[in-house]
Design a binder for this molecule. Structure first.
Ligand code: NI
Length: 251
């Protein structure tokens, strides 16, 4: 059994959501966690979660939305946190990849959402791109908040730092790419602090790279991690599942 801790499921990318859910079940993907990270996708992901038992959501404004989010939107976000299908806040964080002109707005938005995570004791799903040090510094201001680092792609040292702060690392399709060095990190840190994700529709694992991604490909990520660690796949799946339950306080 698998849980996709981070995906984006939207009518815009998938014509038939019913079919996606059916295919997940066939692939033993028992639960998925949709990340609603824009005003529109938050509404849509909550609608999908309401319809299917095996769909949960994290909601929170992505750093690339920083210029579009006002006080009212934070109030709206807070209201939705009481929805029983909302199990975390995310993806939130910092993204300097496309420039730093809105860096202060990004930091402010990040902190406001971390405050909500603290207030409601919810885990956070962190998006950090070309902003590792600032991300770590800000997370350290909120020591009671825990979560996972979505699509982790840093060094062994950075991985260890996040783990020491109580965060899990989200491992997805990138681990199957031939040019990825992520295996070196996994060799060093093992599986005790890892959760699996697809980030679908993006980052499709091998051997499907080039096609649209889906949670049903999660077993290929698990298989690759088992190979890297030379462990039985069942053992890997069980431990990662346990990590995931702990991260999101699922029962
Ligand atoms: Ni994502």
């Amino acid at each position: 059994m698998y849980i996709d801790t981070h995906c984006h499921l939207s009518q815009e990318d998938y014509e038939d959501i019913d079919l996606v859910i059916k295919e997940n079940r066939k692939a033993c993907v028992d639960k998925i966690v949709i990340s609603g990270c824009t005003k529109e996708s938050i509404i849509e992901s909550l609608e999908i979660a309401e319809k299917y038992d095996d769909v949960y959501v994290t909601i929170g404004y992505h750093p690339s939305e920083a210029k579009l989010i006002y006080k009212n939107d934070i109030i709206e976000l807070e209201k939705n946190l009481s929805n029983s299908k909302v199990i975390g806040i995310g993806e939130i964080g910092l993204d300097y990849h496309y420039g730093k002109d809105d860096i202060e707005l990004q930091k402010q938005l990040f902190r406001e959402q971390l405050k909500l995570a603290e207030k409601y004791s919810l885990p956070v799903v962190i998006h950090s791109r070309d902003a590792t040090q600032d991300t770590i510094n800000i997370l350290k201001e909120y020591q009671n908040v825990k979560g996972d680092i979505h699509c982790f792609s840093g060094s062994v040292e950075v991985a260890k730092e996040y783990i020491s702060m109580g965060y899990y690392l989200g491992i997805g399709g990138v681990v199957t790419f031939k040019n990825s060095n992520l295996y070196k990190v996994i060799e060093k840190i093992g599986i005790d602090n890892i959760v699996f994700e697809t980030d679908s529709p993006y980052l499709t694992p091998e051997p499907f790279r080039g096609k649209i991604n889906s949670s049903k490909y999660l077993p290929y990520i698990s298989k690759r991690v088992s190979e890297i660690l030379n462990l039985d796949e069942k053992e890997v799946t069980d431990i990662v599942l346990k990590n995931t339950y702990k991260l999101f306080d699922l029962k």
